[in-house]
Write a protein that binds this ligand. Structure first.
Ligand code: CDP
Length: 563
């Protein structure tokens, strides 16, 4: 039912009169055939191509795996753009900025999201030689991108989303940190400060930190003052997030091609300029057999999914040639998971437990190992990614894809699969979800319902559910034994420290980054946020997003504003 509403809203194709012309099953066939068509390019005969199409269909129709939304929406269309994640360069000239703006519009139109590092733009007030005027600075140019995004979304397949990044040492950093201070401003951007080891070093030593551009130091500020300024804004509005630039570049698989400076809108996909990446997620709620993880099924799903994602790189129509070239050079894909909280419910493991952290590391380690095995197999059939001999894998590990794993938010596809999103704890055991700004759906967590059915007679079940409907949690429900109550906790009942440790457990075995919101209660202080920032750095995370209850109004499902 929910699945149907979500699919009808945006995914199922329509005719010119706006009538839906395909069923979900037909949609999965459309996607499966379009993606399997790649197989023919590597010499498969039509029977083999059809067999792969069938296999991909089964993978999606069973909801064991789903690709990112643009693949579901655009596959099979002439010129269909299938990737969710892009990073574009922003160079310091009017021509370059507006060229990037145009490319951004093309990407948004197709349902992709864009990330930018604005640090190459000269600071506000700097001279502009050709005109004798002064520069507007990165934040002003971001406003133009924000406004363009607002307009393009009218005709696009979904609301365009951007990630705006500025290095912590850029002279305009204070203005950047404050640019979303007012609710509604820059609303088509998530923002992150790109922090460095140098900055954390200055912070730890309580030293002044130089803000510089083009080799010149503009001024120095106490590192603590800047840190506290970032913390105060994150505490008040949930933004900015942090991007740990050095951690990201330590994991850059192709340093010879350049440093990574930015991520896609939700932060899970660091990319080089012009690279794009298509994502897909395994539905963990379906990888269960007799109360334990069904490792054999997971292995098969992961291997097929990697083939699927590599085929997507092959059949994708890229919006501009530079993106096609950069993407085909590294062939990055991002396989992740959804339904993690549901899996823990099914296995009866509390989210905030050492057992859950251990399983997270084991599970993601398994997925990465299997994904690499599949990519290696593809490399032997199709060749390595072209930049392989310049990568960290050379010469020992021939791979078809420079990265394989990413944990996406799965904001939409988890709704299609009817499971908890990404690796987040459930937001509530029951809640109403507004889809496409119109329909309201009552969603009750399925593993929780199954647990009730297995353990309580109907009358008692009804009473428990009625209590749960009130605020989405087990607060005030006395029927469940304490050990079971500990399992069915919601996001805000789980201490921030556990959110963070879970992100770290998944990050360990993830090539790219992890989308995760660290939920804080409304009463959390700035000191709490500061402690989380420091802990995230110490844990070696690549990025961080905090969200304090009530700090932003427009907050769908506790995900970053634009996702
Ligand atoms: O569930 P779905 O495949 O639709 O997407 P997601 O996992 O919630 O988000 C994955 C990525 O898609 C984001 O990080 C963005 O790069 C992109 N995205 C976007 O551009 N615009 C949106 N409204 C949502 C997601």
């Amino acid at each position: 039912m929910n699945q149907q509403v979500i699919l009808e809203g945006r995914y199922l194709w329509r005719d010119a009169a706006g009538r839906v012309i395909e069923t979900p099953e037909e949609m999965f066939w459309r996607v499966a055939r379009a993606v399997a068509a790649a197989e023919a390019r590597f010499g498969a005969d039509s029977k083999t191509v059809a067999a792969w199409a069938e296999r991909f269909f089964a993978l999606m129709a069973a909801l064991d795996f789903l690709p990112n939304s643009p693949t579901l929406i655009n596959a099979g269309r002439q010129g269909g753009q299938l990737a969710a994640c892009f990073v574009l360069p922003v160079e310091d000239s009017i021509e370059a900025i507006f060229e990037t703006l145009k490319q951004t519009a093309l990407i948004h139109k197709s349902g992709g999201g864009t990330g930018f590092d604005f640090s190459r733009l000269r600071p506000k007030g700097d001279p502009v030689q050709s005109t004798g005027g002064v520069a507007s600075g990165p934040v002003s140019f971001m406003r133009i991108f924000n406004a363009a995004t607002e307009e393009v979304k009218q005709g696009g397949v979904r609301r365009g989303a951007n990630m705006g990044i500025l290095r912590v040492d850029h002279p305009d950093i204070f203005g950047f940190v404050a640019c979303k201070e007012k609710e509604g401003e820059m609303r088509n951007f998530n923002i992150s400060v790109a922090v460095t080891e140098e900055f954390f070093g200055a912070y730890a030593a309580d030293k002044d930190f130089p803000l510089r551009f083009g080799g010149r130091v503009y001024r120095s500020v106490p590192a603590r003052e800047l840190f506290d300024y970032i913390v105060a804004h994150a505490h008040a509005t949930g933004e900015p997030g942090l991007l740990f630039l050095d951690a990201v570049n330590r994991a850059n698989p192709t340093p010879a091609l350049g440093r990574i400076e930015a991520t896609n809108p939700c932060g899970e996909q660091p990319l080089l300029p012009y690279e794009s990446c298509n994502l897909g997620s395994v539905n963990l709620a379906q990888m269960v057999k007799e109360r334990s993880v069904d490792w054999e099924k997971l292995r098969t799903v992961v291997r097929d999914a990697v083939r699927f994602l590599d085929d997507v790189v092959e059949v994708n129509s890229f919006p501009v040639p530079a993106i096609a070239a950069a993407t085909r050079r590294t062939r990055k894909v991002g396989l992740g998971v959804m339904g993690w909280a549901d899996l823990l419910f099914l296995l009866r493991i509390p989210y905030d437990s050492e057992a859950a952290l251990q399983l997270a590391a084991e599970l993601m380690g398994f997925i990465r190992a299997e994904a690499r095995a599949a990519s290696r197999q593809l490399a032997s059939e199709r060749g390595t990614f072209p930049a392989w001999d310049k990568s960290v894998y050379y010469p020992d590990l021939p791979l078809r894809n420079a990265t394989l794993t990413t944990i996406a938010p799965t904001g939409s596809i988890s709704g299609i699969a009817g499971v908890s999103s990404g690796i987040e704890p459930v937001f509530a055991l029951s809640y109403t979800r507004t889809v496409f700004d119109r329909k309201k759906l009552l969603v009750v967590n399925k593993p929780f319902l199954a647990y009730l059915a297995a353990n309580f007679p109907e009358a008692q079940r009804e009473a428990i559910l009625n209590a749960v409907y009130r605020n989405g949690t087990l607060e005030g429900v006395t029927e469940l034994p304490p050990e079971d109550r500990a399992i069915f906790k919601t996001a805000l009942e789980i201490a921030p420290e556990w959110h963070l440790r879970m992100q770290a457990a998944f990050q360990q075995a993830t090539d790219n980054a992890v989308s995760k919101t660290i939920n804080l209660p409304e009463t959390a202080t700035q000191a709490d946020v500061a402690a989380i920032f420091r802990a995230a750095h110490a844990l070696g995370l690549k990025g961080l997003t905090v969200y304090r209850t009530g700090s932003r109004k427009d907050q769908p499902l506790a995900l970053p504003a634009n996702c």
